[in-house]
Design a protein. Structure first.
Length: 132
């Protein structure tokens, strides 16, 4: 029997690899848009047991937790931000604030950036609230 560290993991399916790369590209485009708008990117792909935040960005006294959605059309991307996902993002944001106490006094906002091929990304400020 092979030792635990000797086992090879099955590589992700090709479709998952493509989706992962697409997500990284979309997040890079979203981060560039935020920087152009005067935000400072604090973290990307921040994970905790409660969930993940794609981008955490600051501008002035605002701390934005940003969900990035990439789909074939911007409308499809907008519909992909479900209430369940909003709750997970809000829970992850609460965990972020617990770890980053200096940000607790900032105005917290949940934004969404929609990305579609051949279209300029759409930044929706205050797209949802912590209640999901």
């Amino acid at each position: 029997m092979a030792a635990r560290g000797d086992r090879k993991k099955n590589p992700p399916a090709p479709q998952r690899q493509v989706a992962f790369r697409l997500g990284l590209t979309a997040e890079s485009r979203a981060a560039a848009i935020l920087v152009a708008k005067g935000y400072r990117i604090v973290s990307r792909r921040w994970r905790c047991p409660a969930g993940e935040v794609d981008i955490v960005a600051r501008r002035g006294n605002v701390l934005a937790f940003v969900e990035v959605k990439a789909r074939a059309a911007l409308d499809d991307a907008a519909y992909a931000v479900t209430a369940r996902q909003q709750r997970r993002i809000a829970a992850a944001a609460a965990a972020w604030l617990a770890v980053n106490a200096d940000d607790i006094c900032r105005d917290v906002r949940f934004d969404v950036i929609l990305v579609a091929p051949g279209r300029w990304p759409r930044h929706i400020e205050a797209a949802f609230d912590a209640g999901g």
